[in-house]
Design a protein around this ligand. Structure first.
Ligand SMILES: *Cc1c(COP(=O)(O)O)cnc(C)c1O
Length: 234
């Protein structure tokens, strides 16, 4: 990818975020941009870093470790945002700052046990899937959510930060907002009382709607790095 194009893309995404923040009368500092670099090379992460981006999201453990290693000289905050198999928790515990895709106790327990003492607690968002979309991971009912939150809040090496959601792709902005509003309500009901106020929601196609409904972290891949051609690694 041409570096000029990357710069233009980042500028465009930033201005979309700032327009959405203004429209929602929110504080610009209340929304963090996470650049989703899955399938893209470390060289592009370095270029995006030079444009001032500091938060990067990855979905696949082996691929991410390679890039984290290549980018050691940069002070990047790494977010794991993909589904995680329990035999790969150690790498996430040792190399990431955040994980957004926790949906079961077993993963949380392992991460808590494996988080190195030399690092601060791992930041956790719980992935919700209350629409029970069969193709997506995530917690599917309120009781499951509250049980998991209670358990995590007692784990010393994990810090519960909020919720993450991936609503179905939809071109209609009022349907997008409706889906995000449900996540915000859940957050107000269950997470806010615990001080876990982060809402990780909004991607290239729906960041405006997510920000209108209170997103604090938007995860943007395609509109920064271009279309992903690489097949999903096994
Ligand atoms: C790939 C991915 C994104 C980025 O999606 P784009 O539509 O390319 O912006 C965001 N969140 C998750 C969980 C992803 O897997």
């Amino acid at each position: 990818m041409d570096s000029r194009l990357l710069t233009d893309n980042i500028t465009k995404v930033r201005s979309r975020i700032s327009a959405a923040v203004t429209a929602a009368e929110r504080d610009p500092a209340s929304v963090e941009l996470i650049a989703v670099s899955k399938t893209k090379p470390a060289s592009l992460i370095e270029q995006a870093y030079a444009e001032g981006l500091r938060h990067f999201g990855e979905n696949y453990v082996a691929e991410a470790l390679e890039k984290i290693n290549l980018c050691q000289h940069l002070s990047i905050c790494w977010h794991f945002i993909g589904p995680l198999q329990s035999n790969k928790t150690r790498s996430v515990a040792e190399h990431f700052d955040w994980i957004h895709s926790i949906d079961r106790l077993k993963l949380a327990r392992r991460l808590n046990d494996q988080r190195p003492k030399s690092l601060p607690p791992l930041n956790i968002c719980l992935q919700t899937n209350l629409d029970q979309e069969p193709t997506k991971s995530g917690i599917t009912d309120d009781a499951e959510l509250t049980d998991l939150m209670t358990a995590i809040s007692e784990m010393p090496r994990l810090q519960l930060r909020g919720l993450m959601a991936i609503p179905p792709a939809n071109n209609n902005s009022s349907s997008q907002r409706h889906a995000f509003a449900k996540v915000r309500e859940l957050s107000l009901q269950y997470c806010a009382p615990l001080g876990a106020n982060e809402l990780s929601m909004g991607m290239s196609g729906d960041l405006e709607a997510a920000i209108a409904e209170g997103a604090t972290m938007v995860r943007i891949g395609t509109d920064i790095f271009g279309t992903r051609y690489t097949a999903r690694p096994k």
